[in-house]
Every structure is written in C-alpha cells, then in structure tokens.
Design a protein around this ligand. Structure first.
Ligand code: PGA
Length: 302
C-alpha cells in the first residue's frame, strides 16, 4: 500500500471508527458481517489503531500492523459467529487450515473456550487437506497438528472432526466419503492460508476452479517449504489429499490470512491478478464473501 494512502486511512480511522467499517462497503445498510466487525473493534480498543481496511477487486482486505492484531480480529469473528449460532440453538461448521498462519487464531480459540466465551458442543469441523501416507500420529501429519494445537483443548468428539485421510488401498473410497460428508453440510466459515506459489489448501498451480476433493501431487516448492516440519526434505510426502477449489468456494465465508513479506507476491497475484489456475487463490475473487486478513508486510505490493 502506498504511504500516502496509508496516512489518509489512518486519518479516517481516527476520525471515526464507523468509517473503517462502513467505508469499505459504502452501503447505506450494514451487512451482518460489517456489524460484527464493528462490534469486535469496539470491544478491543487495542485493535483500533492497528487495523485498516479496503475493498480491492471486490474483496474486503484488512491490513493489520501485526499478525497478532489480525489473528485477534479473525478469532473474535469466529467466536462470535459460533456463539451466535449456539445461542440460537443452531450448529456451526468450520473449515480449518494447518500451517504456521492460523496458529495464533487457534491459540485464541482455545483461550476463548477455556474462558467460557466459546462453546464447541454444536461444532463440526472439516480440514482442508492431509498428506498421503502419514498416519494421524505422525508428528508432521495435519491430524496431529490439529490435535496438538486445537482439538485436544476443545469439547469436540471425534465424529464431528473431519480430516481427509487415505489408508493404503482405500484412497478412492476415503476421498468419496469425505466429499460426501462435505457436500451434506455448509461451512459457516472456511479458514485458509496462502502458499507462496498461490496455492490454497493443496490446490497447486494448475488446479481448476471445478476441482473437488482429490489426490494431488505436491509442487516441489511446497515440499521444500514444508520440509521444515520433517527430519529431512526427502521425507515430505509427494502426494496429498485436498479439498478442491469448488469445495472451498461453497463455504458461506472464506477467511484467508497471510503474514510476512514472503507472501507479498502471492497476495498481490491472488487479489489483483487475473483469475487463473496459475494462482489458485485468485479463484477467491469469484466468491462474494472472501475476506483477507494480512499484515502490512504481506500487503506491501498492493
Ligand atoms: P504457512 O503455509 O501457513 O505455513 O505459511 C500456508 C500454505 O502453504 O498454505
């Protein structure tokens, strides 16, 4: 973002809290989304000087000064959405992501649960992806990651947790079962991280907009990026199961986060570039409720 624009936005922010919420949509009537964001901003004065927003290519983009501030806004948005459903006696469905990006959000959700601000009794979850061939107790598996960082702290039974898995010789069957369950429900919110190559989940460049849950071959760049979770790069599986782009676009709301300079190029391509399989995250431009939460470093090329 250009420094001049940043200064102007800061000025508007100080002028009026309402500006930051209403200006992006320029609508006379606020949507439930705007109202909720406004409520969170009012509740957390610490966020007020740290978050700016914009509409770029039809997508709401929140620029946070730090990933902590951005993650707090995301986790509060989730907590309030889930609690609202819970109080109405409705169930909630959350799509979950792995990787370093959502870690603070998960920590905040655990805290909210422990403080009694979040009930997970009516919650069902669907994870985006999993490596092929890693058992749930493998330390680098996404099932293990989810248990370690979130599920072990919540009141949620195994039947309500869905993570794609593929036992040997049962890959097709497992994928079909996962797809069927996913299709039977609608996610309230899908959380997403962004790969440096523009991937979302394990939808690598080349993934079509119509793609569904399937077995994919991982990009070499993804295997290298993720080798930090393995003892050696060769141990990173070559294949994974991932929700498809069409599955992701069926969530009511998509929240995509990106922190740090390393994501700046991918953020720019995804938000402002052409909608193309070359950058799978660009397909989010076709979703009417995609919300970006990025820090200033990740947004520096916008
Ligand atoms: P990260 O990975 O959260 O570890 O940066 C995101 C991704 O590759 O999708």
């Amino acid at each position: 973002m250009q420094p001049a624009f940043r200064t102007i936005r800061r000025f508007y922010f100080i002028l009026s809290l309402a500006m930051i919420v209403i200006a992006p949509t320029s609508q006379a009537v606020q949507s439930p989304f705007d109202t909720l964001i406004e409520k969170i901003m009012m509740e957390y004065p610490a966020l007020q000087g740290n978050i700016q927003s914009d509409i770029i290519n039809g997508q709401t983009v929140f620029f946070a000064d730090t990933k902590e501030a951005g993650s707090l806004l995301v986790s509060e948005f989730i907590v309030k959405t889930l609690q609202d459903n819970y109080q109405k006696g409705q169930s909630s469905v959350l799509g979950l992501a792995t990787g370093s990006t959502p870690l603070i959000v998960y920590k905040n959700l655990v805290t909210a649960f422990q403080n009694g601000a979040l009930s997970t009794q009516n919650l069902t979850t669907f994870n985006l992806d999993e490596y092929l061939g890693l058992a749930a107790n493998h330390p680098a598996s996404y099932a293990f990651f989810m248990y370690q960082n979130l599920f072990q702290y919540l009141d949620i039974s195994d039947e309500r947790i869905h993570i794609p898995s593929a036992p040997p010789k049962k890959t097709d069957e497992s994928i079909a079962e996962y797809q069927q369950l996913l299709g039977q429900t609608q996610r309230d919110i899908q959380l997403l991280g962004l790969g440096k190559n523009g991937h979302i989940a394990f939808n690598e460049p080349g993934s079509p907009a119509t793609s569904r849950t399937r077995l994919v071959k991982l990009d070499e760049s993804t295997r290298i990026a993720n080798s930090r979770y393995f003892e050696s790069p060769e141990q990173v599986p070559e294949h994974a199961i991932t929700m498809g782009i069409a599955d992701i676009l069926e969530s009511k709301i998509n929240i995509i986060m990106a922190w740090g300079e390393g994501k700046a190029e991918a953020v720019k391509r995804a938000i402002t570039g052409p909608i193309s399989s070359d950058c799978p995250a660009s397909f989010l431009q076709q979703h009417n409720k995609t919300i970006w939460f990025i820090d200033q470093k990740a947004g520096k090329m916008l």
